[in-house]
Design a protein around this ligand. Sequence first.
Ligand code: ZN
Length: 442
Amino acid sequence: MNRGRLLVFLLIVIAIPAVYLAVLVSLSTGTQLQVEPSPKVIGKQTPVRMTVTNPHGTRILRASLVQGSQSFGVYEETAPALRWSLLRGTEQPRTVTFDAGAAKAPGIRDGKAQLVVEAISNDVRSRTDRIVIDVEVNTQPPSVTPDDVMRYFTVGGSGLVVFTAGGYWTEAGVRVGKTSFRSYALPGGGANRRAAFFALPYDMAAEDVPVVYARNPAGAEATARIRHETKRKKFRHREIVVTDAFLEKIFGELDPGGSGAETVQRFRKINGKMRAENAATLIELGSRSAEKMLWKGAFLQLAGSSVEAQFCDYRTYKYRGEKVDEQVHLGFDLATTAHAPATASNDGLVIHAGPLGIYGNAVVIDHGMGLQSLYAHLSEIGVKTNDIVRKGQGIGRTGSTGLAGGDHLHFTILVGGVPVNPVEWWDAHWLQDRIDAQLLAK
Ligand SMILES: [Zn+2]
């Protein structure tokens, strides 16, 4: 072999594969594993969701529960090896869901353990990436024990149940009919001491008895009845006369594009459909309440105001002598002078400040633990979202924006986004007997 041929030979046998290998190695990457939400407790069944990011994909992805020197595989997937190929596509991040439940790890005991997730890249370096999550194995079924006190409720009002949850539970609260109200950590209580505020909906059926529940992702649920008495209150009936001037005002503001539709249909769209959409928004705001109690003592009623409409007035709407709609008024209409200062009914955090459909310019203050207050039809908003407010502090001025005929403040308290009668929350005695006696008892 002459020198030239030898050089070509060496190039083919050594240099080209070496360069190829170097390119492959340089293109090799690790895997990003993100478990969201990170499990704290592993029950019999526990779904775990994670995002796997590696442009080359993973050759092996596996999860195990580790306790002491024992390891229990709970999940494994493999893909054909693509180590030597340059012609691979770019894999998008993907979501993997698997069950990391103790049922898949026979022999594991209740107590501390670790969930270990491992990924091996599908490229030449086959890098292994690993995440370790400290968990508590708890295979006990959920249990729930309400504190043994007598509770008095009024339909349309609010209730509170303090209880102890046990076993493996991830969600606990009170259910009334089809509506669930989540619980929060009891102030000053231990890990499993919970407090749930709930609404007794004005239209609740006699069989909709409030029930305390605790459940876990495996579908196991414990429920318990509570000792209580529920009083029914008679609500008022009121007639609202809808005038053309009022319709012109609300159509211009709330349905500017709907001029082709028939007048009554247009009114019902605002009074019914928009009202329902706004109710859904309030539920969503309720779900974002602070985990702790931000309010102190009784709530304030707008100073010097007269009551124009009460909570749960059954309203019949008449237009040109005909009945055109029916709705229930879920708040108090409080009037003083035009553009009077509107004030925060208690300490809290502004969670909404802006237009809110039929409520016009509205402010919602979050008082924590699912409790919020609504201020509607404002002519001026003086706060913004995330502002901390104190009881009695100005938050804007009353007005008649939204579905309002004249200047007033529409006010209500919300529990889990459901409007409740604010009269109870204005009453220091009610608050002391029905709320503080349970919530603040040590
Ligand atoms: Zn009102």
